[in-house]
Design a binder for this molecule. Structure first.
Ligand code: HEM
Ligand SMILES: Cc1cc2nc3c(=O)[nH]c(=O)nc-3n(C[C@H](O)[C@H](O)[C@H](O)COP(=O)(O)O)c2cc1C
Length: 491
């Protein structure tokens, strides 16, 4: 049985041990292949990494990597925290971190009680007082100059409505099908990693929201709760009234791991596979990287004499988490492994790729620039929807089209539908309510969006989603090209 001082004596890259949940692990051969980067582990070399590890990773992950992360057994005389409990990472209302929020978008405000949160922006401001400094850096950050991050929000504001009056709008129906499952509204919870960083309810808060409000949640590869536990929580929720869970797949560097993930998702009963294709490498997020660098200053002191890799030769390790060799033809084996349930490609960013997707065995595409976190100056979903309408309108009839990025209001959702999207995902729009109020925040956020979408529909003079088309909006000075909204569905 190793002691804490045994662990402390293994604190260099040549021999690195860490403690997680009371067990010592030898991670020496894992440091250089750790998907979250070398420094993330070296920060805890010889120390207890439980709090940071559990805020980001599902506990089962360590077993999956047993060949590289070697369990040396329980550490002598150590009492350890239970996974899932609140930690100092989750600062309570009013106790904001000492590090200023790096992204200019969220303005730190005061903590707002649940009943005072009237919009998703209220949750956003409130959450900046409850997020730890580390979590704020992770959730708020975007790629490089933040141009795409800011552009996402502005894009929706550039669209104006053309409302019709004197129509009977007593009853409004928002029900629809999202990725093959019934949904009470055209909104779903986008995949966002490491939700435990936001709140101890983590992805379970989203699962309860999906089950109780009848919407779809997309669970991500890097969920901080085991996917099977999220599914169990969803299915056994005592207040469940509908909803469905889909699984977001990042194809890992070793493709065989993708097969294991697909099999797990099938066995657990996820209804659709959302394959993220915009991340052959992780985007360069300066605010997040800077925050980590400040936390890593001790690690850097130890390694200051190492020469940086030669330009061009760092490619294998630089930002490498996913399979950079994934190509269109891989969709055939992914389809063969997954079976007949819907496959959606997440991260399509041009009309050209939207058209190409119609030639592969997928059911839908999901227009997304990853919340401005991947390629800086990437187009936003509004621009891509307009480009598809202009260049390849037939795509709307062949594939279901989903969209996300900067959506914070029901009006944004309705605008996306007028442009031809079937449903709209929210990443931060649900992360912030979770961070601010846990499960209750997620429920309230869904309720707010429902109210906003119905109000917008009534004020536009429509009562069914199928009535929304290009005639209800204008974009810029030129107006829109003729309505080409999908008339038939593949799902
Ligand atoms: C062995 C103990 C481990 C420790 C101490 C550890 C620690 C960390 C920390 C602190 C981060 C946050 C990044 C940062 O702040 O710089 C991180 C990120 C990450 N870790 Fe680990 N980790 C461990 C094992 C694993 C394993 C087995 C995997 C398997 C896939 C993994 C996958 C990831 C990924 C994908 C991220 C990036 C998450 C994101 O940015 O979305 N880690 N890790
Ligand atoms: C903190 C955070 C983590 C994310 N993690 C993932 C992920 O693991 N997989 C993925 O496909 N997309 C991920 N995304 C992107 C979201 O699925 C979605 O595309 C994006 O958040 C939409 O933009 P919005 O945050 O402005 O709504 C993440 C986004 C955020 C903000």
């Amino acid at each position: 049985m190793p002691s804490a001082s045994d662990v402390a004596s293994h604190s260099t890259p040549a021999s690195c041990w860490v403690i997680i949940a009371g067990n010592a692990y030898d991670v020496t051969t894992f440091i250089d292949v750790h998907p979250g980067g070398r420094d993330a582990i070296m920060r805890y070399a010889g120390k207890d990494a439980t709090e940071d590890y559990e805020s980001i990773h599902a506990p089962s992950l360590l077993k999956d990597y047993a060949d590289k992360v070697i369990n040396l057994g329980l550490v002598e005389g150590l009492s350890f925290p239970t996974q899932g409990g609140p930690t100092s990472q989750h600062l309570r209302p009013g106790a904001s971190g000492s590090y200023d929020s790096p992204s200019p978008i969220p303005t730190p405000g005061s903590f707002l009680p649940l009943n005072a949160c009237k919009s998703l922006e209220d949750f956003e401001r409130s959450s900046q007082t409850t997020l730890s400094a580390k979590a704020a850096a992770y959730f708020n950050s975007g790629a490089e100059s933040l141009s795409t991050l800011h552009g996402n929000r502005k894009a929706w504001a550039n669209i104006r409505f053309c409302p019709r009056v004197l129509r009977d709008v007593t009853r409004v129906d928002m029900t629809c099908s999202i990725m093959g499952s019934d949904s009470t509204m055209p909104v779903f919870i986008a995949p966002a990693a490491a939700a435990r960083l936001a709140h101890p309810d983590a992805e379970l808060g989203f699962a309860r929201g999906a089950a109780r409000m009848g919407v779809v949640q997309c669970v991500c590869t890097y969920a901080s709760v085991k996917p099977q536990d999220i599914m169990d929580c969803f299915q056994t929720d005592p207040w469940k009234r509908g909803g469905a869970l889909t699984f977001q797949l990042y194809v890992p560097q070793q493709k065989e791991r993708a097969s294991q993930l697909i099999q797990m998702a099938k066995d657990a009963g996820f209804r659709a596979l959302v394959v993220t294709v915009d991340s052959p490498v992780i985007g360069k997020r300066d605010d997040d990287d800077r925050f980590k660098a400040l936390a890593d200053s001790k690690v850097l002191e130890q390694e200051v004499h190492r020469l940086p890799p030669l330009p061009g030769q760092e490619a294998e390790t630089l930002r490498g988490v996913h399979c950079p060799a994934l190509i269109w033809d891989d969709l055939h084996w992914i389809r063969a492994e997954w079976g007949d349930n819907p496959i959606i490609l997440k991260g399509i960013q041009t009309a050209e790729d939207a058209l190409k997707a119609t030639m592969f065995p997928v059911d839908g595409i999901y227009l997304s620039n990853h919340g401005g976190r991947q390629l800086d100056y990437a187009p936003n979903a509004v621009e891509v929807l307009l480009e598809i309408r202009q260049k390849h309108p037939e795509v709307f009839d062949k594939l279901e089209i989903y969209a996300d990025g900067g959506v914070m209001r029901g009006t944004d959702v309705v605008k996306a539908l007028c442009l031809g999207a079937r449903g709209v995902g929210l990443g931060r729009g649900f992360l912030y309510p979770l961070a601010s109020h846990g499960t209750d925040g997620v429920l309230r956020a869904i309720q707010i969006l429902s109210d906003e979408i119905q109000t917008t529909m009534r004020l536009l003079g429509v009562t069914k989603l199928s009535q929304l088309d290009g005639s209800y909006i204008t974009y810029g000075d030129g107006g829109l090209s003729p309505n080409t909204k999908s008339s038939q569905s593949k799902l």
